[in-house]
Each structure stands twice: as C-alpha cells, then as structure tokens.
Write a new protein. Sequence first.
Length: 332
Amino acid sequence: MLGILKRYIKRLILLRELIAVYFSDCYQYAKYSATFNTELNQSRRKARIIRLCHGIEKGLSLPAPRPGFGRSKVIELMRLTSEYGKAHGPDDVYSVACETINEYCEFNSHHGWNDSQIDALLEKLTDTISLVENRLGQSAGIIELSRDHIQAEVGKSYSQLVRSRHSVRQFSGEPVSMDVIENATALAIRAPSVCNRQCWKVHLFQDTNVCQRLLNIQQGGKGFEHLVTTILVVAADLNVFWPVRERRQPYIDGGMFGMSLVTALHSFGLGTCCMNLALTPRRERRFRQEANISPNQALIFMIAVGHLPERFIVAASPRWSLESYIVRHDNS
C-alpha cells in the first residue's frame, strides 16, 4: 500500500512539474510572439513582409500561376512596405519586398492583367524602388533552373550542395524509387540525437489518392498538389524522451534529422518541398487517421518529393546578411 502511495505521489510531482514548464512556455510565447502583441515594431513588420513576399514567390513558382493571384496579399505587402520604408528606411527587407512586387507586376503585365488599385500603389513606390539596390546580391521573386544545373551542383562541394537546394513545386511525374528513399534515409540517420536515442520515423506515402488527401488536410499544396506522388512525414517517437525538461527534444532531434533527410534527397537529384504540420487539434486528428500515425509520435513536418523536370521555376527566398544571424558575446 505504501509503495502504491509513493508511486502516486511521484506521478503527481511529475505532473505538477509538467504543468509548470508548459505554463512557462505558454507565458513566454504569449508575451513575446506576435500572437497578442499586434503593435508593429520593426521585427514584426519585417516578419509580416517576409511572409507576404514568400506567398507571392510561391505563387509565381507554381506550374501555372493565375494572372492576378493573391491580389489582396500584394496590396497588403505594398502598404506594409511603404510603412516600413517610412519608419525604418530602405534596407535588405525593403529591397527584397520592392523586387518581389516588381516581379509580380511584371508577370501580370506580361499576361495582360492590370489592376488600377495596384497600379496606383505601385506608382507611389516607383521612385523609391528605382533607387533601391538589392544589397544582398541575391535575386528576389523567382529563379529559373534546369535539372542539368542541379545535378552538376550537387556533385561538387558541400557548400555548393547546400547553396543549390531550393523548395521545388514542379515535378516531372517520374516515380521515386524505394532505393533512393532508403539511400537518403541511410544518410539522414547520421544526424545527431540526444543520448543516441534515435527517435526518428519516416512515413512514406506513394499512393496518389492518399497523397492528395494528406495535402488537402495540410492545406499547403494549392497549385501543385496534382504533381505530388511521394510524401514523407517525419515524426519522433515520444516514448524515448524523459523527464519533463526534454519536452522540446522530439522537435529538435526530429528537425535535425528532417533537414539531413532533405539535404540527402537533394544530393540524389530529387526535388523537395518542406511543408509544415502546424495543425489545429481537430485537423491533426484527421491527418493522423488518414496517415495511420499513432499519437505517441510527434509530427515534425511533411516533405513533398519528386524528380525534377528539365526546366523549372523556384522561389528565390533570399537570405539576409550574416550580421542578422550571428550574435557575438565576446568583448572583441
């Protein structure tokens, strides 16, 4: 009886600790994320602009973009870009936004689509756009690539392998062989894992109907879902993690493994598009049921995989200068 009581008390203590750390996570996210903090400082304006730019780049990189797509998002991007320029001056973010807007307008003009409201907003930005130079030395908007170019790049240095990878939303339709999936996974399992526990699971789907249903639940494949015939879902087994302080470890280990898998697939000349699984509880239950993935596995993300067509277009998704990422803590 005493032993049962001790085990019960121990469970209560662990539950209290679990509730405390999740409350701490919740408090931190609520206080510092942009979920409730709607006042637009520079970081939040930047994030909103980047997200809108990515949506436009993604649309332009689809197999058959519709002229005039994303009109409301473009108008919002123009408004935010103008506000950003006035508040913070022309910088890398402003430069990329202007270039992305230009790409969008040129695409529509080429297809004979005009919009008076967008034209009026563009006119206000034109003077500034003409003065702004893309200081990153990278393209914004879209980039046209070839399969031969990618295959040549991946055989060079690791630096070229990483730099040549892009999110691909155009696939040839050629089936992806099990051998390639296995060879890529064999490389990915060299990723670090906490105490070598190797929590990783890769769920492979190559039934076209199942792929379409998973994409419909995830809702991120609009415009290219009909080209996706192979999906990988990266998950992490929660059974191997303890105690409470390891609550984030499944996503850390799963993320490192997933990135290694994506890079490995690219090294074999395959195109990939990483797709988030930030689902509502109801939608996650639907996804798990369709994919037959048990609740003890944390969903990390989904990867659309396919062979590259001879020529294809990708979103540029430029990166910022290194000063934006490296935070030095020494005195030099």
